[in-house]
Design a protein around this ligand. Sequence first.
Ligand code: ZN
Length: 82
Amino acid sequence: MARCPECNAKIVVPPDLERWDRVFCEACGIELEVVDVNPLELEAVYDFEDDDNALDELEEDEEDLEWDDEAEEDEEEEEEEW
Ligand SMILES: [Zn+2]
């Protein structure tokens, strides 16, 4: 269970929430970004037109992306004719 940093309303988040995922606060309608998952920490997202601050944040904290290769694998169907 998380709380909206804007209105302090309880926010129900999906159990598989990951860092940088975005959720909406139903109480005040603001968009929130997951800045940390343990403990869960949400930050309001504002649509600024110039992204200077966003760039600074990216530099100091690079994402470690873990790709689940197995889930994405395409299985080709082989039709065997005898
Ligand atoms: Zn809110």
